[in-house]
Design a binder for this molecule. Structure first.
Ligand SMILES: [Zn+2]
Length: 237
């Protein structure tokens, strides 16, 4: 028997497998996930930039707080001297002046700190908004990853069924013909065999010449025939 009739069925199964591969590669959720990942990357860059700005302000604030603490130490020390029981009026006056100057210094530093805190506040708000957006995108990414895994499992199941069907078909065909089919398929863009209908090749849609048609009519049905134009094997009824 002409193996190409059976190989036409194998071909249908192989086309099905190619479609499954294509579906697997082109899962819409995969493109969506890639979009979400791009958004997350942009968001992380934005967070890093805002955090860098905030870090500078935080360092300035820490420096101011250190300075305030050190001035407060000086006030405490001057206070102790003031109440140490000295009766030197000049010395006491000098200490009081020093304390007043130090307090003015603290007040200036505290104003600066307040200004810094006012600058930090919008950055914190910005970070909170970004964190919220990141949380939503993370959730989306998790859902899409699960959807992809599910779709992949579905396709794997279908592929296993199709492959089993192919094994059954191929088991009945001469291995040399299967090898010839595989070689032709690799050479001819995945389609090695086509039906000959009303004198035309169903793969490339070219009409066979009258001479070729006549030749085929006189061949034994077991004799393989190829399309004059695309070189594919032709299956005739
Ligand atoms: Zn053809």
């Amino acid at each position: 028997m002409n193996p190409w009739k059976r190989l036409l069925e194998v071909q249908a199964v192989d086309t099905n497998l190619t479609q499954l591969d294509h579906r697997l590669a082109q899962l819409p959720a995969r493109a969506e996930l890639s979009g979400v990942e791009d958004q997350l990357a942009a968001l992380r860059a934005e967070v890093a930039s805002v955090e860098a700005d905030k870090h500078v302000l935080d360092k300035d604030q820490a420096r101011l707080e250190d300075e305030i603490a050190s001035v407060e130490d000086k006030i405490a020390s001057a206070d102790r001297q003031l109440y140490s029981g000295s009766s030197d009026v000049k010395e006491l006056q000098a200490l009081q002046d020093e304390i007043a100057a130090l307090r003015r210094r603290i007040s200036g530093l505290e104003d600066q700190e307040l200004e810094l805190m006012e600058q930090v506040e919008p950055l914190d708000q910005q970070l909170a908004v970004l964190a919220e957006r990141q949380g939503a995108l993370d959730q989306q990414a998790v859902a899409l990853t699960a959807a992809i895994a599910e779709a992949e499992a579905d396709i794997d199941r279908e592929r296993a069924e199709v492959l089993a069907r192919r094994d059954v078909l191929v088991a009945d065909i001469d291995p040399a013909a299967v090898q010839e089919y595989e070689t032709a398929r690799a050479r001819l863009g995945g389609v090695a065999v086509a039906r000959l209908e009303h004198g035309s090749c169903r793969a490339c849609h070219m009409k066979l010449s009258a001479v070729e048609n006549d030749r085929i009519l006189h061949l034994s049905p077991d004799e393989p025939v190829r399309c004059e134009d695309c070189d594919r094997f032709l299956v005739r009824d």
